[in-house]
Every structure is written in C-alpha cells, then in structure tokens.
Write a protein that binds this ligand. Structure first.
Ligand code: TYD
Ligand code: MG
Length: 452
C-alpha cells in the first residue's frame, strides 16, 4: 500500500487508488470512502522488511530544557514524545523543579501544559511568581479527570505536558478507585500513549511511598522512557536528580541542584559543594575520585568505629555497596592486621551520593583504618583502587580522568594502583599532582600513615 491509496472499502478495508462505485475486492456497492490517511494498522501490516543498512536512523528531536544539568541527566535534552517519570518524597521540590522546567521551555517559545491535581491554579501561579517563572505559553490546567487531561493534550498538542501528580489522576472508566495502583497505571498508560502520538514530552510527577517505591509499584517504570529520582537531605540545600532508567542515555547520571529562596539552581562544581564542610584533621575521612554516572566527583568517605555494646557488632553502611564494605572489612582484618571484633563500624559517603564502583574499596579501607588507628589521613591526598581478597590493589577504569579532576580541585597527592606493565607513575600526569602507586593494602597504609 502506498500514500496514494487514499480510498478504502468500509466493508472489507481494501485500499484503493481512486473512488469506485463498487469495491473491486469484495464486490460491495457504495462502500468505498475517501480516507484522510491510511489506517496505521494496515500500513504496519503491509510494510516489508528492509536491509538493516538502509534503515533511516533519523535522530530523535531533543529539546533543551534550559537546565544544562537536567539535559545531561536526560541523555542530552528532552526527547519529543517521550515520557519521563519523576519520583521523590513530598516536599523535596518536585513541583518547584517542574515549574522551572516548564517556564524555561515556555520562555524558549514552546507551549507547555501544566496539569495541577494537588494545588490550585492560583497556588501554582504564586509559586511561579516567587520563582520569577511566569510566561504566557505556560498553560495551567487544574484537572484530575483523565478524560479532561487527554482532551486538552489532544487539542493543544503542547511541546511538553507536566502532570503533577500522576497519583491524583483518575477516571470513572478505569478499574479500581481513585489513587489505586490499577487506576494510576491505566491513567499513566493512556497519557503516555497519547503523548507519544501527539509528539508531546510528558512529565509524570510521582510521590515515593515509604518503602521507597513509586506508587503503582514500579509498574509505572515500565511504561515510561526515563525514570528520574529526585532526592536529597531536606535539611540541606542540595538536591540530586538521578536517572534510574533512560532509554535515551545512561542510567546512574546525576544532576546536582541547590534549593534557595529563588528556587533551584544548578551547582556548577558539585565536588566543591560536597567537600565544603570537610573536617580533614579528624581521623576516618578519605577523599575518592569516583564515577557517578559518566562524571567524576570527588567524594568524602567517612568511617567511625566504636566499641560494640552487646550482641553481634553492627556494620552500618550508607552511600556504598554494603557487600563491598563487608569485603573491605574482612580484608582489613586478614591483610591489614586490624582487629574489628567487638567494634561497631559506621560508613558514610557525604552528600547523599551513592558510589557503586569497586574503585571506592581502597579509600574506604583507608578511612576505616584511619578511624581505627585514630590517625587522620593527609588532607591533600585522594585514593582510588579496587581491593582483591589477597589485599592486592587492582586497576580502576579511567585513572587519567580521575587524576585530572583531582588536580583540578587542588589536591596534591593521589594514591593509585601500581601497574607493573604501565608507564612510569608520573607519565602524562597533571602537573602539581604527585602520584603514589601502591601494589597492596600494606603499602597503601604505609604511605598514608594510617598503620595500626
Ligand atoms: P515543592 O516543589 O512544593 O515540593 P514537592 O512538589 O516535591 O512536594 O517544594 C517544597 C519545598 O521547597 C517547600 O517546603 C518550600 C521549598 N521552596 C524553597 O525553599 N524555595 C523555593 O523557591 C520554593 C518554590 C520552594
Ligand atoms: Mg508538589
């Protein structure tokens, strides 16, 4: 079937080039009608396969949100027709972020539909005023009925539509009562489908429930292209927006934003922010250059060891993989000669950042050793390296990039894995940075002066 076949028999659905009184296919009289476009189903059925080499890739259209950091987390801008789920605790700043994003898109000449189901239009306007985020093209729709929202998307065909929040959307036509998992999932599915057809980038705001999952237990995550988590310590100003899933980019990417009196601003230099309140003279603190998504942050790893009260000693780990932390503790006992029995050990990464890579093993081991020995690690030193069970220090990916970031932030020394086959330690290193290779844990403890 081609684009020229604009006539269809309403009896047998045969497609024809021109109008005819009788359908040549089924013989029915007066059944041939002109169609605006061939039905998509027929088109899909008829499309022949083509060689992979001839498939047009045609890049997806990306909109800049006006927040460089958010664009990066999205994988290089907001994809037209895509669906993004933003989850976070109540009060963390989701509506603030959405208002600002909506405004920036509107200010760039796009029509944005902001569906508000939790707050009145007046409340949203007041927030936008405080944020200096008013624009004619930012349209407010106080609505919770699914049909009403769908009709407006259909009519306006906005470049972006924000639904704040998806949990408020309901429909008498759907199974289950308002707010139930079934309703939220069905409503989200219908919105995603229409947004895709209309080329509208859809933002669904969702509250995170106490157990940490989005309401509509994870099922919403399968419906959308991108899942973002918005969190941060409510007592601190900074917020982290991270991609848990992204069909158009890397998962695990993090944007750092700061909540101020004029809303959220981008933090240009997250490492500086995380290191701002460091107590370098205290034992138990080590700086690590770590990959967060595709970017390197310098993060502070902290450890504290105190005599255990009763029962089995506790290992409380946040910001790191607890199983790797267990491994590091075992290696410290066996290869470092530390006695951890009878001690509670607390481990933390400052700033609420999650470090998932094994390259954090060595700095973690040094932080714990420093806490146990009650001797601080030199303040101008960073460490990176994966620990093997024999206490050997293994290579980490992209050491050069880690060292460049270390030098940029003004640290003087880097403790790195010794590479017997590699170039001399100082070859191609950033000037002003002393690189100290260590083959195993014992050597690393010697260098840092954190020996037991
Ligand atoms: P909000 O965006 O309403 O959170 P959510 O939609 O996730 O529930 O923002 C919540 C908090 O942010 C609120 O307690 C006030 C604070 N806030 C600021 O600190 N600065 C601002 O400019 C704005 C608009 C809010
Ligand atoms: Mg809100």
């Amino acid at each position: 079937m081609s684009a020229e076949e604009r006539f269809m028999c309403t009896a047998c659905r045969a497609m024809l080039l021109k109008w005819q009184g009788q359908c040549p296919s089924c013989g029915e009289w007066g059944s041939v009608k002109e169609t605006a476009r061939p039905p998509r189903r027929a088109a899909r059925l008829a499309a022949p396969p083509e060689p992979i080499t001839r498939v047009e890739t045609g890049r997806e259209t990306r909109l800049a949100t006006g927040f460089g950091e958010v664009d990066r987390v999205l994988g290089g801008g907001l994809v037209a027709g895509s669906a993004v789920l933003v989850g976070g605790d109540p009060g963390i700043g989701k509506s603030t972020l959405m208002t600002l994003l909506g405004h920036r898109l509107a200010a760039a000449g796009r029509t944005v539909l902001y569906v508000t189901g939790e707050e009145s239009a007046a409340q949203v306007r007041l927030r936008a005023e405080r944020l200096d985020a008013l624009d004619e093209r930012l349209l407010l729709l106080p609505e919770t009925r699914l049909e009403g929202i769908l009709a407006q998307i259909e009519a306006i065909r906005p470049a972006a539509c924000i639904v704040d929040s998806i949990q408020t959307v309901h429909s008498p036509g759907l199974a289950g009562g308002p707010g139930t998992v079934a309703q939220v999932r069905e409503a989200a599915g219908r919105l995603v489908g229409l947004a895709k057809a209309a080329g509208t980038a859809l933002w669904l705001v969702g509250h995170v429930t106490k157990d940490g999952t989005l309401a509509g237990p994870r099922t919403l995550e399968h419906l959308v292209d991108v899942v973002l988590g918005f969190d941060g310590d409510r007592h601190h100003a900074f917020r982290l927006l991270r991609s848990a899933k992204n069909r158009f980019g890397a998962a695990g990417e993090v944007a750092v934003l700061e909540m101020g009196s004029r809303g959220l601003t981008e933090v240009a230099n997250p490492s500086r922010l995380f290191l701002r309140d460091r107590h370098a003279e205290e034992p138990g603190s080590v700086i690590a250059p770590a990959f967060i998504g595709t970017r390197i942050f310098l993060v502070e790893i902290q450890a504290l060891a105190v005599p255990a009260a009763q029962g089995p000693p506790r290992r409380i780990v946040s910001g790191l993989d607890p199983r790797r932390a267990q491994l590091v503790l075992a290696i410290l006992e066996r290869r470092g000669g530390f006695d951890l029995a009878g001690l509670d050990v607390y481990v933390n990464v400052v700033g609420g950042i999650e470090v998932e890579e094994p390259a954090a093993d060595l700095p973690l081991a040094l932080a714990i050793a420093s806490a146990l020995a009650e001797r601080p690690v030199p303040a101008d030193l960073v460490a990176t390296g994966e620990l093997g069970l024999m206490g050997e220090i293994r290579a980490v990916p992209r050491l050069d990039a880690r060292l460049a970031e270390t030098a940029r932030l003004g640290f003087a020394r880097a403790l790195v894995p010794a590479d017997p086959d590699g170039p001399p330690a100082d070859a191609g290193r950033p000037p002003g940075l002393a690189v100290q290779p260590a083959a195993d844990l014992t050597k690393a403890l010697e260098v840092t002066g954190a020996l037991a």
